[in-house]
Design a protein. Structure first.
Lengths: 487, 94
C-alpha cells in the first residue's frame, strides 16, 4: 500500500511509531494530486508550501510527544470554510480573490490538532447544487467514472477522498451535500446534528440548515475528524452546549440491543432505482445479521419535504447573499458610476445561474404578501417533519434508507432541469429540516460499477449510535477497500 | 405561466440582479415549474402548528456584553475592491 492510500487511523499509528513522517505522507498526497487531479479536478487551491510547513511542525510535535490524533494528517477543506490567508472562493466568481482575515472555528480546531491542510476543494457555487456542475470554475468528475457527476455540493471533498488526494476532508451539508456525494463516490460522510459543529467562518447558504461534517475513507476516520471539530462555540449562537462523547470509541460488532426503523414512505419512493433498492435491502439484511431488530416506521410528511426545503433554503440564501454587494470584499463591476447599477452589475456578473435562480426564488417567497404562504407555511411543515421523526424515534434507535435515488448520473443530465436535480435530494433533506444527524456509508455497486450508499439517521445528538451501526455494517460488508482505478 | 416576465423583473430588481433580456423567459419558466411544485404545500393542514426556527429548539443564547478581540481596521479593509483613508469607497449615492 502506498502512503496516500492510508486511512487516518492507519496513518496516525504509523506516525506515532515513527515509521513514517508527516512530511513523507504530505509529499505522497501532493504527488497524488499532481498525478490524478488533472482528471478529477477536485481542488481549487493546493497549498503546497503551507502544507509542507505544517507537516514539518507536525513532525516536531510527533518528536516531542505533544501530538494529537490528527497531528500530521493531510486533509482537504471544502472551499467555503474560511482559512486565514488562504483564498476561499465558495466556487464563485464573486469571491474569486477573497483572502479571509480569520479562520473558521473548525479550521482553528484542525490547526490546534496539528492537521495538515492540503488545499481547498471544489463545490457547487455557494453549495447550491447536487452535481458540482454549478461551480463557477470547473466541474469535478467522479473518480469511479470520469463522465459522471461526483454529487454535490461537497463533490470536490468526496472525489478527493475517493481518489486518495487527501486522507479525509471537511464538507458541509444543507440538504444532503455531504451524504449524497459520499454515496456517489463510495466514501463515508456524516452530517452531524444541527448545532453540533460551529458554523463560525462557514460561508452561509441557509443558516437554519447548514452543518459542517467530515468525509473519510472509513467510519472510524469520520469519527476521528468529528471528535476534532465538534463542540459549543460562543461565536456561533446557534451552536448547542451539549456534552460531546468521544465518537471514535465505537463499540464493536454486536447490535442485538438496537432497533432500526425502515420508513415505508422511502421504500415506496417514486424514481428509486431498483439497483439502489436492492443494495439497501441487502445492507439491511447485513445489519439484521449483526443482531439488530428492524421495524417499519411512518414518516407521513415525507412527500412535502422537498417542497418545504426549496422554499426555506432559497429564502435564507436570498437574505444571506445580500452581503455580496461589491463594497466590502469580492468582485466589483467598476464600469458603473451609479451605486444601484454597480450593485446589479456586480451581482449579475459575479453569481452563476443556479445561484441567481435561487436568489430570485427566495426573494419572491419572502416578498410582501407571500411570506405567510411560502416561508411561514414551509416552516410549519418543517415542524410536522420534525414531529414525524420524533415519533418514529420513540420506537427505534435509528432509521435506514437510501442516500440518493440513483447512482451518480452522467454530467449534463439535469443541467437545465433544476427541479429534477432538487427531487434527487428526497432522502437526505428531511434530516436537515429536522436537524437530526445522518451518515452515508458505502453499501454496494451498480452493474456499471458506480458506488451506492446507505443512509443511517438518528436522534438529535445521537451521532454515536450512527457510528456504531455504520462501523458494524462496514466491517461485516467488507467493501471499503475497493478503489477507483485512475491511472 | 406561474410567474410572469414582469414579476421576474420586479423580483430581480428587489434582489439587485440584472437579468439579461434573453434569460428572462428561461428564468420565468424554470421558477414557474418550481413554484407549481412548491404549491403542493398548500394541501397540508397546518392550523395551530408552530413554525420551526431552530431545529433542536435552542432558544436565546445570551452572553455578557464585554469587549473582545476583533478584526483590525487594516484587515477589515484588506479585501475591499476600493478603499481610501481607512474607509470603503462606493460610487456616488446621490
Amino acid at each position: 500500500m502506498t502512503l496516500h492510500q492510508l486511512t487516518i487511523a492507519q496513518a496516525t499509528a504509523l506516525l506515532k511509531n515513527k515509521e513514517i513522517s508527516s512530511v513523507e505522507l504530505t509529499r505522497a498526497v501532493l504527488d497524488r494530486i499532481e498525478a490524478v487531479d488533472g482528471k478529477v479536478d477536485a481542488y481549487l487551491t493546493v497549498d503546497t508550501n503551507g502544507a509542507l510547513a505544517q507537516a514539518k511542525e507536525a513532525d516536531q510535535r510527533l518528536a516531542d510527544g505533544t501530538a494529537d490524533t490528527l497531528t500530521g494528517i493531510p486533509l482537504g477543506i471544502k472551499d467555503l470554510m474560511c482559512t486565514k490567508g488562504l483564498r476561499t472562493t465558495c466556487a464563485s466568481k464573486i469571491l474569486e480573490n477573497f483572502i479571509p482575515p480569520y479562520d473558521a472555528t473548525v479550521i482553528t480546531h484542525l490547526k490546534k490538532a496539528g492537521a495538515v491542510l492540503v488545499g481547498k476543494l471544489n463545490m457547487d457555487e455557494f453549495a447550491m447544487g447536487s452535481t458540482n456542475e454549478h461551480s463557477g470554475f470547473k466541474v469535478t468528475r467522479n473518480p469511479w467514472n470520469l463522465e459522471r457527476i461526483p454529487g454535490g455540493s461537497s463533490g470536490g471533498s468526496a472525489a478527493a477522498v475517493a481518489a486518495d488526494m487527501c486522507l479525509g476532508a471537511l464538507g458541509s451539508d444543507t440538504g444532503g451535500s455531504i451524504r449524497q456525494p459520499a454515496s456517489h463516490c463510495g466514501v463515508v460522510g456524516i452530517k452531524p446534528t444541527y448545532g453540533r459543529v460551529s458554523r463560525f467562518g462557514l460561508v452561509a447558504f441557509a443558516s437554519s440548515l447548514d452543518q459542517i461534517g467530515p468525509l473519510g475513507k472509513s467510519v472510524t476516520d469520520c469519527a476521528l475528524m468529528l471528535d476534532a471539530i465538534a463542540g459549543h462555540d460562543p461565536r456561533d449562537s446557534t451552536s448547542v452546549n451539549e456534552p460531546v462523547p468521544v465518537f471514535a470509541d465505537i463499540p464493536d460488532g454486536d447490535l442485538s440491543d438496537v432497533v432500526v426503523g425502515i420508513p415505508e414512505e422511502y421504500t415506496n419512493a417514486k424514481g428509486l432505482d431498483p439497483q439502489v433498492d436492492a443494495a439497501v435491502k441487502k445492507a439491511i439484511a447485513t445489519i439484521e445479521s449483526l443482531g439488530a431488530r428492524t421495524i417499519t416506521v411512518a414518516l407521513p410528511h415525507t412527500e412535502h419535504a422537498v417542497a418545504a426545503y426549496y422554499v426555506i433554503a432559497p429564502s435564507e440564501a436570498s437574505s444571506n447573499l445580500a452581503r455580496y454587494d461589491g463594497v466590502k470584499y469580492g468582485f466589483r463591476d467598476k464600469s458603473q458610476t451609479d451605486l444601484m447599477e454597480m450593485y446589479r452589475n456586480t451581482r449579475s456578473q459575479g453569481f452563476g445561474p443556479e445561484v441567481q435562480r435561487r436568489i430570485i426564488l427566495g426573494t419572491y417567497a419572502l416578498s410582501a404578501g407571500y411570506y405567510d404562504a411560502y416561508y411561514g407555511k414551509a416552516s410549519q411543515i418543517r415542524t410536522l417533519i420534525r414531529n414525524d421523526f420524533q415519533k418514529a424515534f420513540e420506537s427505534c434507535d435509528a432509521i435506514v434508507s437510501p442516500v440518493a435515488p440513483t447512482p451518480a448520473y452522467p454530467i449534463g443530465a439535469t443541467l437545465n432541469d433544476p427541479l429534477t436535480m432538487y427531487l434527487s435530494d428526497v432522502f437526505t433533506l428531511s434530516a436537515n429540516l429536522a436537524g437530526i444527524p445522518g451518515i452515508s456509508v458505502p453499501c454496494g455497486f451498480s452493474d456499471e460499477g458506480m458506488p451506492i450508499g446507505l443512509q443511517i439517521m438518528g436522534r438529535h445528538f445521537g451521532e454515536a449510535m450512527l457510528f456504531r451501526i455504520a462501523r458494524g455494517f462496514e466491517a461485516a460488508a467488507g467493501i471499503q477497500d475497493n478503489k477507483p482505478t485512475l491511472e | 405561466m406561474k410567474i410572469s416576465k414582469d414579476e421576474v423583473l420586479h423580483v430581480a430588481r428587489l434582489a439587485r440582479l440584472d437579468i439579461a433580456e434573453g434569460e428572462i423567459d428561461r428564468f420565468a419558466e424554470q421558477i414557474g415549474t418550481i413554484l407549481d411544485y412548491v404549491d403542493t404545500l398548500k394541501q397540508v393542514d397546518t392550523t395551530g402548528v408552530v413554525a420551526t426556527s431552530h431545529a433542536t429548539a435552542l432558544t436565546n443564547a445570551f452572553r455578557e456584553d464585554e469587549e473582545a478581540p476583533h478584526l483590525s481596521q487594516e484587515s477589515s479593509l484588506a479585501n475591499a475592491p476600493e478603499k481610501d483613508d481607512g474607509a470603503f469607497v462606493v460610487p456616488k449615492v446621490i
